[in-house]
Write a protein that binds this ligand. Structure first.
Ligand code: SAM
Ligand code: DTB
Ligand code: SF4
Length: 320
């Protein structure tokens, strides 16, 4: 078994990115094979529980009130609506249900309502994940007490590029919330977005930051930017597919036991690119025709892709 390292240097990470494609992907695949069943992919389903009117200025996001995207805002969903969406996700084979809210941070009152949602979804036998923005230590502990399995909070890009994408919070704010989540004993889900105009060095720095956290995140979502009309990043050059696959492979090598999720952006990716991502170490994805506010491939399309590749959805893990 390989050792888990949290001391990667930027030179080492950049050297991995620079390997010939076959050498890089072979190395990533070998580690994937050593640590996981390579023909299984974990399935998560997303639900936006509170949509739009977010005070943050993330330049990629449809939900920022600064961006004029024409998105209709929605208040926090009622518990019953969440339960029925979770039941449908479970019937479709999802083992994790991820609830996302367009908040800078939750108020204690809204957290009470999210806690009820977590409790109910957990009782249905699914893993739970929420992404609610910045958390205080005490809020993280309350989520842990409710049985929350994962908290998603992305570092999104390198520390150096962060300020070009978001100005209403700092990289350190993100790191602080990740510490609160980890200290509360909740599994960390943290990754980033590619294709925002960052350099390869920024991608390497993002993965270095994730891998050098005190513990590797249990899940590492790699999103390809979904370009949304009305956001500053709409119309930017798309990232080359091979560079996306390389980033997945480097994530697998740096964090060999983490689930690497092929996240947003699959509607614009052909099947061959997705297959190479699975070969290079991606072993999780979002399933269901909606992400938070944008489209994801139809279920039937993903079923066909799995059938072509001989991939099975990972069965629910029996939690301790
Ligand atoms: N408001 C919370 C926050 O930002 O932490 C939680 C919800 S936010 C929508 C969750 C993540 O979705 C972001 O960190 C970002 O990585 C991802 N995301 C948002 N818009 C995206 C887009 N257009 N393309 C790809 N990923 C996106
Ligand atoms: C993550 O890394 N990707 C998901 C989830 N975490 C919350 C969100 C993707 C959002 C894509 C744009 C949208 O649908 O609004
Ligand atoms: Fe708000 Fe999250 Fe979107 Fe940023 S990414 S605008 S914090 S919902």
């Amino acid at each position: 078994m390989s050792e888990l390292r949290t001391d990667w240097s930027i030179d080492e990470v950049e050297a991995l990115f620079s390997l010939p494609f076959n050498d890089l992907v072979f190395r990533a695949h070998q580690l994937h094979r050593d640590n996981f069943k390579v023909n299984e992919v974990q399935i998560s389903t997303l639900l936006s529980i509170k949509t739009g009117a977010c005070p943050e200025d993330c330049s990629y996001c449809s939900q920022s009130s600064i961006n004029d995207t024409g998105l209709e805002r929605e208040r926090l969903l009622e518990l019953e609506a969440v339960k029925s969406a979770a039941a449908e996700a479970k019937a479709n084979g999802a083992t994790r249900f991820c609830m996302g809210a367009a908040w800078r941070n939750p108020t204690d009152k809204s957290l009470d309502k999210v806690i009820d949602m977590v409790t109910e979804v957990k009782a249905m036998g699914m893993e739970t994940c929420v992404t609610l923005g910045m958390l205080k230590q005490e809020q993280a502990s309350r989520l842990k007490d409710a049985g929350l399995d994962y908290y998603n909070h992305n570092l999104d890009t390198s520390p150096e590029f962060y300020g070009s994408v978001i100005t209403t919070r700092t990289y350190q704010d993100r790191i602080d919330t990740l510490s609160h989540v980890r200290d509360a004993g909740i599994n960390v889900c943290s990754g980033g977005i590619l294709g925002m105009g960052e350099t390869r060095r920024d991608r390497a720095r993002l993965l270095q930051q994730l891998a050098n956290l005190p513990e590797h995140p249990g899940s590492v979502p790699i999103n390809d930017l979904v370009q949304v009309k009305g956001t500053p990043l709409d119309g930017i050059d798309k990232l080359d597919a091979f560079e996306f696959i390389r980033t997945v492979a480097v994530a697998r090598i740096l964090m060999p036991k983490s689930y690497v999720r092929l996240s947003a952006g699959r509607t614009d990716m052909n099947e061959q690119t997705q297959a190479l991502c699975f070969f290079a170490g991606a072993n999780s994805m979002f399933y269901g025709d909606r992400l938070l506010t944008t489209d994801n491939p139809e279920e039937s399309q993903d079923q066909q892709l799995f059938a072509k590749l001989g991939i099975e959805p990972e069965k629910a893990q029996v939690s301790a």
